[in-house]
Design a binder for this molecule. Structure first.
Ligand code: SF4
Length: 280
């Protein structure tokens, strides 16, 4: 067994959340730069310029890219040959988030429970997904998820006979109905198969894929391309001001499912696609 201190995980989490709120990955910035050149609408191009200026200012001054600094979502892939020491793993993750949001002066957006809505004042707890995998490594994937886009997600239990066309229609309709609310250009995560909750988790996981990387399964890769084309033909455009760039990418993940079902979940991420990965 390889011993890994959860204090190390706490430190990594803290660093990741502070960094991602100030700087996006190069893939998003490169995409916005490229799109600025090809966006057909003048106002769409101007909006993209503004988004790029905003990213540059946030990076230079080390201030948050957006006022909504997100709810913390953490995927932990833990090798079966790892023995965790020191703090309880869940507390270590939450302590990392707590320190990031307090010391990084990031907005605290989490309420203790959904009805009374009293702020926890430290952005905890995080939503944590655990997966046990072979080996002796730990992979941490962390995401600060804004709720302008999170609120636009949907899930539907389709009939198996709805097939590919049913999936495409549901995803395109979901993004069209969302209009400017998720702050386009967006990334669309789609989870297909499993059970209702499995499809939802897959749709979130799909957002972690490097921007625009196609699903290696040819069928799913082609569906991603088809959906992306239809979304960008909708005319919603950057920030909803009209144009040809509404989505930067569509990423689909799938899982075996029941003979009687076809669950489909859509999770939308705004252009402030904040995530980081780290392997210990
Ligand atoms: S959806 Fe994204 S860009 Fe829009 S307010 Fe929320 S975090 Fe900010």
């Amino acid at each position: 067994m390889r011993e890994v201190s959860t204090l190390l995980i706490k430190e990594k989490i803290k660093k990741m959340f502070i960094e991602m709120n100030h700087e996006l990955g190069n893939d998003v910035e490169a995409f916005l730069n490229k799109t600025r050149e090809i966006e057909e609408s003048p106002i769409g191009r101007e909006v993209l310029e503004n988004l790029l200026d905003n990213l540059a200012i946030a990076k230079e001054k080390q201030i948050p890219i957006c006022q909504d600094t997100g709810m913390a979502v953490v995927f932990l892939q833990i090798g079966q040959e790892v023995a965790l020491t020191d703090m309880f793993i869940e507390e270590a993750v939450n302590q990392g988030v707590r320190e990031a949001y307090q010391e990084g002066y990031l907005r605290k957006s989490v309420v203790k429970e959904p009805l009374e809505r009293v702020n926890t004042k430290d952005n905890t707890p995080a939503v944590i997904h655990y997966e046990i995998v072979p080996g002796n490594r730990i992979k941490i994937s962390a995401m600060a998820k804004g709720f302008g886009s999170e609120n636009m997600g949907k899930i539907k239990m389709l009939n198996p006979s709805d097939g590919k066309e049913g999936i495409v229609k549901f995803v395109v309709d979901t993004v069209s109905d969302a209009g400017p609310n998720p702050c386009p250009p967006v990334i669309v995560g789609v989870g297909v198969g499993g059970t209702m909750e499995k499809a939802a988790i897959l749709s979130k996981k799909a957002l972690l894929r490097p921007l625009g990387e196609r699903n290696p399964n040819q069928t799913y890769g082609e569906i991603e391309k088809d959906i992306l084309g239809r979304i960008n033909a909708s005319g919603i455009g950057p920030q909803g001001f009209g144009g040809s760039c509404t989505a930067m990418a569509v990423h689909m993940e799938y899982y075996p499912t029941h003979i009687a079902g076809l669950p489909v979940a859509v999770n939308i991420n705004c252009h402030v696609a904040r995530h980081r990965e780290s392997v210990i």
